[in-house]
Design a protein around this ligand. Structure first.
Ligand SMILES: Nc1nc2c(ncn2[C@@H]2O[C@H](COP(=O)(O)OP(=O)(O)OP(=O)(O)O)[C@@H](O)[C@H]2O)c(=O)[nH]1
Ligand SMILES: [Mg+2]
Length: 361
């Protein structure tokens, strides 16, 4: 699972990437950044896991992870998403769109002024433009193939043609693929095209340090103007700098700032939520560990995420929801109350389950 960080040139993408992944890539006001994308990993903070750790006091704690990709988007007046960049972008499952709000004369905006609304809408248009290009090329191919097609092929080509035309019309009317109503079958066909507007987007307002007290207002203002785009705000530069302090110093700094949960954590959590994944926990071997899986996964497949032997030799899963385990104050009481359930291969794992797999190899 990977999330791409996009946004206009010099909006603070690499700064945010560093803040999220603890990276130390150089950021700059002028020089163009490298074209090769940067990949980094962030650990996903989870209150439920913290509570399990407090209860069970394991020797080891392993958090879920999410990967981020930072790309350089060239300075231009639009239509910057092209060529090799598109190959990189299509590898992501979701996007963060960094929108500049911070003011700094030393860092010129590609359009010459700071207008968050323009940049928010502009990036949506850019993504839609890429998808329209994909559709146009595919439709041209279909028309060509149809000329010499046998009857058996014709049917599916005509259906694909109708579907793509409909999606294209939706895009022209400002409806990203993610918001178009498609049947499950249509969605499957569409998946193979890797449409950029099919992927969820979280807008991240990059505020100046002096604007931080307005973070909520900014998000609310643009939330009203763009009700379909989820948004949140932070000062990427400050978050990056706090991330580079030693943890105790950082805590003291945050106390001074008076903010609650670190903005970095909020963004990691919210971007993770874009991915339609769920988390289950294991507590065996003195380790509390979070595992990330697709919603709807079966117990036997979830076991396979841990080890292929566990999937092959799967016998049963012993399952309890995190909240129940916590309420009981531990396994002994949970067992006494009959809250530890034995589930079979096809049990659909639920978000927040704590699972012990029984297997035999
Ligand atoms: N004043 C101020 N400067 C910031 C803030 N966030 C980022 N910057 C500066 O803006 C410049 C560009 O930041 P980057 O993170 O390199 O931006 P980018 O979007 O990765 O830029 P490209 O990859 O070249 O498109 C750097 O000089 C940053 O220090 C901020 O909140 N306030
Ligand atoms: Mg950059």
């Amino acid at each position: 699972m990977q999330i791409g960080i996009i946004g206009r040139a010099k909006s603070g993408k690499t700064t945010l990437f560093n803040a999220l992944t603890g990276g130390t890539l150089s950021t700059s006001a002028y020089s163009p950044t490298a074209m090769e994308p940067n990949i980094g990993v962030a650990r996903v903070p989870d209150r439920r896991q913290d509570e399990l750790v407090a209860l069970l006091r394991p020797g080891k704690v392993t958090l879920a992870e999410v990967r981020y990709m930072d790309v350089a988007i060239p300075r231009g007046k639009g239509r910057e998403l092209a060529g090799e960049l598109l190959v990189h972008l299509s590898r992501n499952d979701a996007f963060l769109n960094v929108v500049r709000v911070f003011e700094d004369e030393a860092i010129p905006h590609p359009d010459g002024s700071i207008e968050p609304g323009r940049d928010m809408a502009g990036m949506e248009l850019e993504l839609a433009f890429v998808d329209l290009g994909i559709i146009e090329r595919r439709l041209a191919r279909i028309t060509e193939t149809l000329r010499g097609a046998r009857a058996a092929e014709r049917d599916s080509l005509l259906r694909e043609q109708a579907l793509l035309s409909r999606i294209g019309a939706g895009l022209e009317g400002d409806l990203p693929v993610r918001e178009q109503s498609l049947t499950d079958d249509e969605r499957k066909i569409v998946e193979s095209y890797q449409f950029l507007t099919a992927k969820p987007v979280l807008v991240v307002f990059n505020l100046g340090e002096d604007q931080l007290d307005r973070a909520r207002d900014v998000a609310a203002e643009y939330g009203q103007r763009f009700p379909r785009l989820p948004a949140t705000g932070l000062c990427a530069k400050l978050e990056m700098e706090l991330g580079q302090l030693d943890p105790e110093e950082a805590v003291a700094f945050r106390m001074d700032l008076g903010t609650g949960e670190p903005a970095r954590n909020i963004i990691i959590r919210r971007s993770f939520a874009l991915l339609d994944m769920i988390t289950f926990f294991t507590t065996a071997s003195n380790e509390v560990r979070a595992w990330t899986v697709k919603a709807g996964i079966t117990a036997v497949k979830a076991a396979g995420k841990i080890h292929t032997d566990m999937e092959r030799g799967f016998i049963r899963a012993e399952v309890i929801h995190q909240a129940d385990l916590l309420r009981c104050g531990g396994y002994a009481e949970a067992r006494r109350q009959g809250l530890l359930r034995l589930e079979g291969k096809n049990y659909a794992v639920q978000d927040g389950d704590v699972i012990t797999f029984l297997f035999n190899v």
